[in-house]
Design a protein around this ligand. Structure first.
Ligand code: PEP
Ligand code: CO
Length: 590
């Protein structure tokens, strides 16, 4: 007698024509919903996306899950980086390669300091949707003949997958579902280029000198980077000589190729649902890799007795924004129904208990077969006749992305960490610091443009960004010995001549921001500022590592306190000068 496939815990019965549907989130309130003029047109686009192939594979997602488990255990560092909002226009080889190279450069610097593998996740190949605080905005139009200015209320820009950035004509701001289809194809083209660049050896760590860092203006920083590359190249040569350059962290040698995963904010739930598919999990008796289930498999009964799980194949991982993380809302429900690792943004309004309640939903205790515990990579299915089943949390399933702002981190971070440390999530979560979103400010300089709609620029101080990261590290290391910083979540760009955040090693002044302000959303770190952050972290981890080895763990904390005193007394530039000085004066060995 055959039995039906074992479905995901959400428990919805799944019929063949809608085999990737899970209706439970649809009955809940969905924040930031978009009003489309035609429900039929929207449904027809969703049906089309539902028939298209997934953008990533369940196997790749499982591979990320394994690597994130390592991050949760403190054995790897996570670097999640990219644009605030991607535009379809960014889908070109130059911009994709620039972002990929910058991520690789930063991870090289981090590996050098921390001596840990770095898991790279891009905010790329799908980071199109943006949450907005107001659904409309007021613009001014000037009649060219009379010079008369009138005010008009138009729909806010919601991201390239929803409406047009340009306010002219205003009809471009009407949500158009075809843009979601465009988003799918631009994600596919971007991801295809990432895969082809990686397959062509862009990431070959044996040739780091190919990676350009000529934009770095500070000679101290450039010299430092060259010396890091020299030591890395020496180390790689040595390992090659002794035949040790293989690693189980990557499918091939980690030194020859690297993984790069993609992510975006999971804002448009209908789009995410359309790309969510049931996947047959490997079991002890059928250990072949996770693979997609087709509607015809379900209809034929070929999957009877198999365990099926929902994977969102729009990206390897998606995150819940600070505006869509309501405990009883549709987003939390949808995120809990997929097997991908997920992120959650945590801003100053999050209450500690609320965070734990959300984590309980996103990462409930699941049965972990003893065999699978030992070999995490094999997935979560109970092998038939498994001797012991233990219950526990999946390590690395949730990335808690904290974005409080430099001014609030000292007061708001400890209660959140106390709640986590006291909960049964403490060993499974990944703590990420997003030092960008709590530090947005308006430039003190009025816009130079004569456009009546020009607004003062949104910017971020490099000093605030560093200050938040350093405070995060210091609070954890002094008061929360059972927790650790798993990684950073940064908005940055590898594009040339960008001036959106001020400060940093190129000593950008706020009045120079207009020169290269290209973001259509939040201000990003530019190339030099991104490397500055990587050096800062690398330097911290290196000190911690060497300090620990020498039995003197206080050294890095003292240094942080000194750096924080400099921030309190002045600008981020002084801090950076100190940082670079600290790096270049370091002993050359180890
Ligand atoms: C973002 O990451 O671009 C964003 C909107 O963040 P948050 O949800 O933290 O405000
Ligand atoms: Co942003």
């Amino acid at each position: 007698m055959s039995s039906t496939p074992r479905l995901p815990s959400a428990g919805a019965s799944v019929s063949a024509p809608e085999y990737h549907a899970n209706p439970t989130w649809k009955s809940k309130n969905e924040a930031q919903q978009v009003d489309y003029p035609s429900a039929e047109a929207f449904q027809s686009v969703m049906a089309k996306i539902g028939r298209l192939p997934g953008l990533v594979s369940p196997n790749e997602i499982d591979r990320l899950r394994t690597q994130l488990a390592s991050v949760a255990e403190g054995n790897a560092f996570l670097l999640q980086t990219g644009d605030c909002a991607e535009l379809f226009d960014y889908c070109n080889p130059e911009q994709i390669q620039a972002k990929l190279k910058l991520s690789l450069l930063m991870s090289l610097i981090l590996i050098w300091g921390a001596r840990k593998p770095v898991v790279r996740i891009g905010r790329i190949a799908g980071q199109y949707a943006k949450p907005r605080s107001k659904p409309t905005e007021i613009i001014t139009k000037v009649d060219p003949a009379t010079g008369e200015a009138t005010k008009h209320e138009i729909i806010s820009f919601r991201g390239d997958n929803i409406n047009a950035f340009s306010a002219e004509p205003a009809s471009g701001r009407i949500p158009d579902p075809e843009r979601l289809l465009q988003a799918y194809f631009h994600s596919a083209a971007t991801l295809n280029h990432i895969r082809s660049e990686l397959a062509s050896g862009l990431a070959d760590l044996h040739a780091p000198r190919q990676w350009s860092f000529q934009h770095v203006q500070s000679s101290a920083l450039q010299a430092e980077f060259e010396s890091v590359v020299d030591s890395l190249t020496d180390a790689l040569d040595f390992m090659k000589t002794i035949g040790a350059d293989t690693s189980t962290f990557s499918s091939s040698s980690v030194l020859n190729s690297v993984d790069y995963f993609i992510s975006h904010e999971g804002l448009s739930l209908a789009y995410e649902e359309a790309l969510t598919r049931l996947v047959r999990k490997p079991t002890a008796d059928k250990p072949s890799p996770a693979r997609n289930v087709h509607a015809s498999d379900l209809a034929s009964g070929a999957l009877d007795n198999e365990t099926l799980e929902r994977y969102d194949l729009s990206a390897h991982t998606i995150w819940l924004g600070d505006r869509t993380r309501q405990l009883d809302g549709a987003h939390v429900d949808f995120f809990s129904s997929i097997r991908n690792p997920v992120g959650i943004k945590v801003g100053p309004s999050m209450k500690p208990q609320e965070l734990i309640d959300i984590l309980d939903i996103l990462n409930p205790d699941v049965p972990i077969p003893a065999a699978a515990t030992a070999a995490r990579a094999s997935g979560w299915t109970t092998p038939s006749g498994a001797p012991e089943v233990v219950y526990g949390k999946e390590k690395g399933r949730v990335m808690v992305i904290i974005r409080l702002g430099a001014a609030k981190v000292a007061t708001h971070l400890p209660p959140l960490l106390e709640a986590i440390a006291a909960s049964n999530h403490k060993d499974s979560i990944i703590l990420l610091c997003d030092p960008m979103h709590g530090n947005t400010q308006t430039s003190p300089y009025p816009p130079a443009s004569s456009d009546p709609n020009a607004q003062p620029l949104k910017t971020r101080s490099f000093g605030d960004i560093i200050s938040e990261i350093l405070a995060f590290l210091q609070i954890i290391s002094s008061d929360f010995p059972t927790l650790h910083l798993g990684g950073v979540h940064l908005e940055l760009t590898g594009d040339k001549d960008v001036t959106e955040c001020f400060g940093g090693s190129m000593r950008l002044d706020p009045k120079d921001l207009e020169r290269g302000y290209k973001s259509h959303c939040d201000p990003r770190l530019n190339f030099e500022q991104s490397l500055d952050v990587a050096f800062l972290l690398s330097h911290y981890f290196r000190n911690q590592r060497l300090g620990k080895r020498a039995g003197a763990t206080a050294s890095s904390d003292e240094e942080i306190k000194k750096q924080q005193a400099i921030i309190a007394s002045g600008s981020g530039d002084e801090l950076l000068a100190e940082l670079i000085c600290g790096i270049t004066n370091r002993p050359q060995s180890a």
